[in-house]
Design a protein around this ligand. Structure first.
Ligand code: PMV
Length: 303
């Protein structure tokens, strides 16, 4: 039995979403998978995720161990004699929702152990994974957890949760993990310093770009979506969460023919995304490779 949590990209609306504005986000076709393996002879609740160099028990003094303990506590699961053996196809701390993906996979695995045939209530999963996200992020909007659970593409609002979008045309998104580590909590704090509250014009515009971009995505107007992404990057830079590397990855993507490019997630490092005509994708990836960034193509949407 394997239990999945999807990685995600935010196409538009990150940071503004913390202040109640909408964000357009999509699950990646990859994330974290975990298989719960019972240790009948007894032993601690442990987690092994070689791709990220993680091997911990729930009692260890380690950030992932604290997340594991918080999730088990939120589920009232105690500390079952269980080895959670995982694999990840997304890098950690890269702005691709890795912390929510692992939290959701852990919560699914603990629930599957308790009730192998039981239906999983998304609200229970969300509550448990959210307990871990509070430790990692401080003030999470919940967009990462919602996508890690549901997959697909949707518009997320803090007040109403994820509204899944049906009939989203398949879209190829170029994803460039910059390799620069960053802290979501630190970036959220930086925006709070720069913007103070939800009346900030930049946050407001980021929210309305989500609406414009969502309409463009549904109409397959990639030029329109690209413009919205470019403008969002400028506003995020103005809020202080871009870096020279993220700026240059975005501008090299545009020079190589992309419709648009922006940082995705918290910024301060992490990843950039771009959309480009099919015959320009190789040029964008080559421009990133020249900057030592190994990008990949993720397909979102279904039609
Ligand atoms: O970089 P990530 O994957 O942690 O995404 C953070 C998204 C923010 O909007 C910056 C924070 C949030 O909780 O929504």
């Amino acid at each position: 039995m394997t239990c999945v949590g999807y990685g995600k990209i935010i196409l538009l609306g990150e940071h503004a979403v913390v202040y109640g504005y909408p964000a357009l986000a999509a699950a990646l076709d990859r994330g974290v998978i975990i298989a719960p393996v019972a240790t009948p002879a007894g032993g601690p609740l442990r987690l092994e995720l070689r791709a990220w160099g993680v091997a911990i028990t729930a009692e260890d003094d380690h950030p992932v161990a604290r997340s594991l303990a918080a999730i088990a506590d939120a589920l009232g699961a105690g500390r079952p004699p269980l080895s959670l053996i995982g694999d990840a196809q997304i890098p950690p701390a890269a702005g691709l929702g890795s912390s929510a993906a692992i939290a959701v996979a852990i919560a699914r695995a603990l629930l599957a152990y308790r009730q192998p045939e039981g239906a999983v209530d998304p609200a229970v999963l969300g509550h448990a994974a959210g307990a871990s996200e509070i430790l990692v992020h401080g003030r999470p909007s919940g967009v990462d957890v919602a996508l890690a659970i549901a997959g697909g593409v949707g518009v997320f609002r803090r007040a109403s949760g994820l509204l899944p979008l049906a009939g989203v045309p398949a879209l190829r998104v170029l994803v460039g993990p910059s390799g620069a580590p960053r802290s979501t909590a630190a970036m959220v704090a930086k925006v709070a310093e720069n913007a103070h509250d939800d009346s900030d014009e930049r946050l407001r515009e980021l929210g309305s770009l989500t609406d414009t971009g969502t309409s463009a995505l549904l109409a397959k107007d990639l030029t329109g979506l690209g413009h919205a992404m470019d403008r969002a990057h400028t506003l995020l830079a103005d809020l202080g969460v871009a870096t020279p590397l993220l700026d240059s990855l975005c501008s090299s993507a545009r020079k190589a023919g992309a419709y648009g490019a922006k940082l995705t997630g918290a910024g301060g490092g992490g990843a950039v995304i771009a959309i480009a005509p099919r015959d320009k994708e190789a040029a964008v990836l080559a421009a990133w490779r020249a900057a030592k960034v190994e990008g990949f193509v993720a397909t979102i949407g279904t039609r």
